[in-house]
Design a protein around this ligand. Structure first.
Ligand code: MEV
Length: 429
């Protein structure tokens, strides 16, 4: 019989019954179902309230990046990611940044943009004038929706109007600029945008259609900067004779490759996001929002470019900088629900969403620097392969200390294959 996914009432089933259906559909074994049911720190009832149609939870390793010194304070950075080398690379970049003081950062206030699309407007000038004249009234109405935010110094800070052209005619776009304080802010902003729309329709004579936050959070930028000492950099390169400023030059060559080539730039920024997403996920924040914001910010001038910048200072050291929107919160959303996220924030010891955004920007810069340093000198595969070899050894059946023993042999032989791992295991008997 043909399998059908249009099961009615799936949502209303218990978790068990849903999994029974999936078991049947996909031919899962009892063992596989037991794996899906193992929920770890996020218990099944909580998970079942977070999203729809839950059958289990999915897990990522949580690692801690060390060595981070940011604005004169040391941080341990929780990172949730399944890619080998990312945590080690961030830690190494932070270690190399320490001799020159680590990272210095800044950020904007936590202002998010809510967009309201107004269509079928007859007189754009009058609509714009009417809305801007009633800024105070609109602000007061929107703020009614979130007294708690207001109590913490948040709320609507300004209103901007844009008139844009499209194939379907002109549109008037209202930007509600909302200080969301320590929240990510999507719920607050979307609620306000919907609430204020009827009044905007009256004032503009148009029809409100989309009412939604913009993830291009240009009013909520975070920045980080670090200096890497040229001698420390030279010392960091293994197996190559590179002196003084050479490594700085090589990293600059790598950076300029990304500046002029989109194919390289996508990967360059992917490296930035390896670090950023890992912290965003660990702290229960919306990594899709941060990703969308980062890449659209990278293309803000109509051409996709690097999220980081590098130059040489007058002493020949490498200066790295990053600036991007980092819309993250320390309260609300999954943060208050996911126990691991709460603990990750405690490990970080951040007091505000802005501080978290600055830490995240620092990790993004560190991650990118680490990738460029490795790529421009010894390459990244040797580091990658060490962890990969451990996985292969385990897949081949190695246990305990044998995993390291087999992995070391695989790396030495530059032959990281399961078959070879099995042979080595046999030899070790
Ligand atoms: C791999 O996940 C990330 C890198 O490709 C980033 C880069 O190329 O800059 C190493």
């Amino acid at each position: 019989m043909e399998k059908r996914s249009d099961i009615s009432g799936f949502h209303g089933l218990s978790v068990e019954k849903r999994l029974d259906f999936v078991r049947e559909f996909a031919g899962l074994s009892d063992e596989e179902c037991d794996i899906v049911k193992k929920t770890g720190a996020l218990d099944i009832d909580t998970a079942n309230r977070m999203i729809e149609n839950v059958v289990g939870t999915s897990h990522l390793p949580l690692g801690i990046a060390t060595n981070f010194r940011i604005n004169g304070r040391d941080y341990l950075i929780p990172m949730a990611i399944d890619e080998p080398s990312v945590v080690a690379a961030a830690s190494y970049a932070a270690k190399l940044a320490r001799p020159k003081g680590g990272f210095t950062t800044s950020s904007d206030e936590s202002v998010m943009i809510g967009q309201i699309q107004l269509l079928n407007i007859k007189d754009f000038d009058a609509a714009k004038r009417n809305i801007l004249e009633k800024k105070d009234e609109i602000t007061a109405i929107a703020n009614e929706k979130d007294p708690v935010l207001l109590k913490y110094g948040g709320g609507v800070k300004d209103i901007e109007i844009r008139i844009i052209d499209s194939e379907r005619g002109k549109m008037l776009i209202v930007h509600l600029l909302v200080n969301v304080s320590d929240a990510m802010g999507a719920n607050a902003v979307n609620t306000m945008a919907e609430w204020i729309s009827p009044r905007l329709e009256e004032l503009s004579g148009g029809d409100a259609r989309l009412r939604i936050i913009s993830n291009l959070a240009t009013k909520r930028l975070a920045r980080a900067r670090a200096v890497w000492d040229k001698e420390e950099l030279a010392k960091s390169v293994k197996g190559m004779e590179i002196k003084g400023e050479k490594v700085v030059d090589y990293i600059l060559d790598a950076y300029h490759f990304a500046l002029v080539d989109q194919y390289r730039c996508a990967t360059h920024n992917k490296g930035v996001m390896n670090g950023i997403d890992a912290v965003v996920i660990a702290t229960g924040n919306d990594f899709r929002a941060v990703e969308a914001g980062a890449h659209s910010y990278a293309a803000r001038d109509g051409r996709y470019t690097s999220l980081t910048k590098y130059e040489k200072d007058s002493d020949g050291n490498l200066v790295g900088e990053i600036e991007l929107p980092v819309a993250v919160g320390t309260v609300g959303g999954a943060i208050n629900i996911n126990p691991v996220a709460k603990i990750a924030l405690k490990i970080l010891g951040v007091k505000t969403a802005r501080e978290l955004s600055e830490v995240i920007a620092s990790v993004g810069l560190a991650q990118n620097f680490a990738a460029l340093r490795a790529l421009a000198t010894e390459g990244i595969q040797s580091g990658h392969m060490k962890l990969h070899a451990k996985n292969i050894a385990a897949i081949a059946g190695a246990k305990g200390s044998l995993i390291d023993e087999v992995a070391n042999r695989l790396v030495k032989e530059k032959n990281i294959k399961v078959d070879r791992a099995k042979e080595i295991l046999k030899e070790l008997g």
